[in-house]
Ligand binder design. Structure first.
Ligand SMILES: [Zn+2]
Length: 83
């Protein structure tokens, strides 16, 4: 499944190198939303979530990570997007 967003826009080619999925390497089954040190690693300076293609995470773990970050935000462990 992929988002049904038109991909006509040219995209900056910065994160070219395909990195391995850190969570797969660590054999992580469940990403702990309380472990903000891990979650913060996948947020930009402004508190924005990084896309899976940038982090190199596999789809499964990226989805888990997204869930974990949302959960952490809801209980105020992580900031929402800072302006
Ligand atoms: Zn993975």
């Amino acid at each position: 499944m992929r988002p049904s967003r038109p991909t006509s826009r040219p995209r900056p080619r910065r994160f070219q190198r395909r990195r391995f999925c850190k969570f797969c390497a660590d054999k992580v089954d469940f990403i702990d939303y309380k472990d903000i040190r891990v979650l913060r690693h996948y947020l930009t300076e402004r508190g924005k979530m990084m896309a899976g293609r940038m982090t190199g995470n596999c789809a499964k773990h990226q989805r888990e990570l997204t869930q974990a970050i949302k959960r952490a935000r809801n209980i105020a462990l992580l900031p929402f997007i800072e302006k």
